[in-house]
Design a protein around this ligand. Sequence first.
Ligand code: PBG
Length: 329
Amino acid sequence: MDLVYRPRRLRRTAPIRGLVRETELSPRQLIYPLFVTEGKSVRDHIDSMPGQFRLSTDELVRECEELYALGVGAVNLFGYSEEKDELATKSYDSDGLVQRAIRTIKSAVPDLCVQTDVALDPYTTHGHDGLVIDGEIVNDESVEVLCKMALSHAEAGADWIAPSDMMDGRIGAIRNALDVQGFSQVGILAYSAKYASSFYGPFRGALQSAPKSGNKKTYQMDPANIREALKEIALDLEEGADVVMIKPALCYLDVISRVREAFDAPVAAYNVSGEYAMVVAAAEKGWVDRDSAMMEMLLSIRRAGADMILTYFAKDAAALLRADYGSFR
Ligand code: PBG
């Protein structure tokens, strides 16, 4: 054979493959979602997400110290609240679970970027991300509560607020509320294109936050749509989002890639609980190798165009990357 091009020449040895590798994964690009619970010395294992825990604040601090030492980019806090009501009043309590956790982490590991989830579902009896009035998930009334919640997190010292609720106009309203109160330095990581996905199941188990009735399709997006995602992203950027997010990640790599091409803003992707649980479950059965499947997924999300990835694999991946995994494969 007389071939001019032999692509295999560039795959011949690990160092050569390293020279031509196009995508890099680094701990600084990873964001670790963490679940906060009341109590002391609590490490409550989450059955639907093997290897993940609901942590009391003291345990959370230890975890954050380790994550910071590993070079993980940020943590993203979710509250596991047992005090739920119709109006999500605990969501904006200045002495609430997440608010206390932010203060504790910030005093122990001040340089770690602390992000907080803003949505009502962990705090409502009905499990929806907004308020329900006469059987309807109302928009503007919900946004008012979300603003209070965001402010309480900013007051506690959060670096970034991450609204995951998908109400219309909440990014602009939260930006304005923060600015008026003097928190113009607090960033907004907007869940802009969040799809009504079946891959949130294990997370809802972790927070006991599954909707008691109906589903989330009147606010989360239809998995069939991509033009609508571009519209949502454009709106959130106009309203003042600093970073836009696509969620979930793996079924939506095309969306990540289109958004990356169409906008200059930093792009985040959420490698959600169901995506995590599938790998962990298959690995437990011996059907896939946990570490290499994890790395392949995270690398694919980066290759599609995400600058940063929220992932339950953040700690494990960071530890492997620091051990120089991948540079000589
Ligand atoms: C709710 C919220 C969800 C997730 C993050 N914030 C679930 C939902 O919308 O029902 C899912 C995260 C995951 O599955 O890992 N505001």
